[in-house]
Design a binder for this molecule. Structure first.
Ligand SMILES: [Zn+2]
Length: 241
């Protein structure tokens, strides 16, 4: 039985390593995915900001064209006024110039507002571009390191799996099932030593009669408190654990 419980303890060390490495691997993969996602979100934001700026600039060009057309027309009408001799016609021409002046005033006001918006939009685009650049840099640097880590963990997991398969062969099937059940229910600790009369899984004192049974190593004894498998470890042997 001592050999069986020792094989289980060895199996547990491999299983704990497998569990830790698998969790670390998953964390690494999630981080890589999160970095890629952040970059993608910012790429979309850059596209949206570019589109917004493009629309505003088109509006700006349109207003500028309308303003210069209106101003050209106004200049033309003013020059004509100097040649008009008829009072009625002069009145109409002056009225037209007034209207053109009003129109160009309206366009100018709108243009000033659009120029402000172009300014703000340009700043937003530059900010989101800068953020994208820094995120892309972080992703490239971090993802490279993570790829190394993930590769290393993957190799370790492979080694652990083949070691586990070897160890399993030395363990009785029924005992293994019990071990696996306890391992999954008790936070990855199924086999624990008893030291100084205390279960090292839950730190409760083991009754003396049970302690004697454990020392005989004839059968697998479960801790009455935490239900883990107990084995006896003489004082001073902790270093080998
Ligand atoms: Zn216990």
């Amino acid at each position: 039985m001592r050999e069986q419980i020792e094989a289980l303890a060895a199996l547990q060390r491999v299983d704990q390593s497998l569990r830790d490495n698998t969790q670390a691997l998953q964390a690494g993969e999630s981080r890589v995915a999160a970095l890629a996602e952040a970059v993608q979100v910012h790429q979309t934001a850059v596209v949206a900001a570019e589109q917004e700026l493009g629309e505003l600039q088109a509006r700006q060009r349109d207003l500028e064209a309308r303003l210069s057309a209106t101003e050209a027309k106004m200049k033309d009408r003013r020059m004509r006024i100097t040649r008009i001799r008829n009072d009625k016609e002069l009145g109409l021409a002056k009225r037209e110039v007034e209207l053109l002046k009003e129109e160009s005033g309206v366009i100018e006001t709108e243009l000033v507002a659009v120029l402000d918006q172009v300014d703000d939009s340009t700043k937003r685009l530059e900010a989101v571009q800068a953020e994208l650049a820094s995120l892309t840099g972080a992703r490239d640097t971090e993802a490279e390191q993570l790829r190394d880590t993930i590769g290393r963990l993957g190799a370790q997991i492979e080694r652990d799996r083949s070691r586990r398969n070897q160890l399993i062969e030395g363990v009785d099937g029924e005992l293994r099932r019990r071990y696996e059940m306890i391992f999954s229910r008790r936070g990855g600790v199924a086999v624990v030593p008893v030291r100084g009369g205390t279960c090292q899984g839950c730190h409760m004192h083991v009754p003396p009669q049970l302690y004697n049974q454990i020392q005989r190593n004839e059968q697998v004894i479960l801790c009455p408190n935490c239900q883990r498998m107990l084995y006896w470890q003489p004082e001073g042997e902790e270093a080998s654990e």
